[in-house]
Write a protein that binds this ligand. Sequence first.
Ligand code: PSV
Ligand code: MN
Length: 399
Amino acid sequence: MSKQTDRILKALDQFNIETPSWGYGDTGTRFGKFFQDAAAITIDDKLSDAGIVHRFTGCCPSVAVHVLWDFPPKCDINAVLRTARKHGVRIGAINPNVFQAQDYKFGSLGNPDPAVRRKALRHILDSVELMHATKSRFLSLWFADGSCYPGQSDIVQRKEWFAEGLRKSHDKLRGNDIMLVEYKPFEPAFYHTDIGDWGMAYILSRQSGKRARVLVDTGHHYQSQNIEQIVAWLLDENMLGGFHFNDRRYADDDLTLGCIDPYQVFRIFHEIQLAGWKGKNIRDIAYMVDQCHNLKGKVEETIQTAMNAQELWAKAALVDYDKLGRHQMRCELIDAENCLRAAFSTDVRPAIELWRRKRGLHPDPLKAFRASGYERKAAKDRAARRRAAGIVQGKSFAF
Ligand code: PSV
Ligand code: MN
């Protein structure tokens, strides 16, 4: 076996990517939803879909869940855990939901009304309990909080409310739990967002305690921002908690990882593997997908995402760090850049196929999934269940 293949196999052994439960259900834009017969209806369907993705790719053993969408009040947690086990997956990051209730119109932890702040905190603390009940390690926090007009809010006062709420949330963590703090520059707030960029997420995480880290959602940046630099800095500060992967052309588009700019994902992966090579602990990083697909088949798309991720991770494992370092020290720009280009342009697919074969997997997960007939069966079953339950296609967002 060539050294290169060996390097790829080892890199793939250390790479898993978590899929989101919300990527399996019907979703849309604010202008409407396009429904799919095969889309998941219940948490059982979502876990079944996630199980299928893992069965064919071998690299998606866990599923991120959104508390209210997947664990409504009074739901039987043990039954969900049993279903997950049956489908060969485990529950991953727990995402509290402090944005959809009417109370949160003007914010959650940053709401001027102390009763709403308390309600949001209560939900987060309940989510920590759910995290412990499901043996998940990650509490993943995203807040829609912000304001839409200049003068609407006292920005610094809200920062203090956030610091307080996050500290209290962090206090409930234990052992090797991690609290992930996600940032986003805009949407749904369009003037200021309380946790608007990685610096704000970093400051709040540092103030919260040793179990808090920053979560980088690749779709949550301004156009042309250098995301790999943010990743490199966070790694160096031991503050990189994880990712929500998706690709974008304009804003938070939720497109398939690597479909627009695969080189950017490669550059992010390169910074991570380089940090690992330099001795940083990169084992605890949570690689997660945060995508909702309105047009592509949900399971097919998730398989495609996992395959793209593996391919780019494998390419990033091929950078010659000694050589790169030498060229950098001599300011040999073209040669240094070519160290990255050489790795990026290597065809890693045969090595990935070998990795799959060694695990008893089909070398082409997408082909194997299509041949399985799973989607056809799910479409028939779920369309009938929708009909029986009277679930009908919704209207547009304003009518
Ligand atoms: C918000 O845009 C976000 O990225 C958060 O991570 C949410 O949990 C997720 O999307 C919901 O789709
Ligand atoms: Mn996200």
